[in-house]
Design a protein around this ligand. Structure first.
Ligand code: DQA
Length: 147
């Protein structure tokens, strides 16, 4: 059975109350439940994690090697700043899907730069919470695990 890590970065624990005009009212708990139920339906294993700390996110990526087959990664603001996360993605050699709830290209210019994009399998941005199930589908299709 394939296994996915869904990894979330800083401030995503505040979804639901954080800038609902941009991110909606859905909480990270809701997103986790949605991912777990979708993964169950698809017959894929799923670990769901969140951290506000860059080094902890690096540790999660390292631990994913040998445990998971692909990573769905909403790195939050670290997307736009973190060479360490880019290097971690390159180092583990797993397919990583960069994910954003909002369309980062329709927002401030500093959000147009992604350190992850050059090392990611692909990017899903602007579809809100639905992006997580789209990313699960994309990961499974990449892994050839979809019927
Ligand atoms: C985000 C977009 C980032 O620019 C921002 O810093 C976030 C959330 C998104 O999901 O839309 O924290 O990754």
């Amino acid at each position: 059975m394939s296994s996915l890590l869904v990894l979330n970065g800083p401030n995503l624990n505040l979804l639901g109350t954080r800038q609902p005009d941009i991110y909606g009212r859905v909480t990270l708990d809701d997103i986790e439940k949605m991912c777990r139920s979708y993964a169950k339906q698809k017959g894929v294993g799923l670990e769901f994690a969140q951290s506000n700390h860059e080094g902890a996110l690096v540790d999660h990526l390292h631990a994913a090697k040998g445990t998971h087959d692909a990573v769905i990664f909403n790195a939050g603001a670290y997307t736009h700043t973190s060479v360490a996360l880019m290097d971690a993605v390159s180092s583990v050699g797993l397919p990583v899907i960069e994910l954003h709830l909002s369309n980062v290209h329709a927002r401030e210019a500093f959000r147009h730069k992604s350190f992850l994009a050059p090392v990611a399998l692909g990017i899903i941005s602007g579809f809100g919470a639905r992006g997580y199930t789209l990313a699960i589908d994309a990961a499974l299709s990449h892994l050839g695990a979809e019927p």
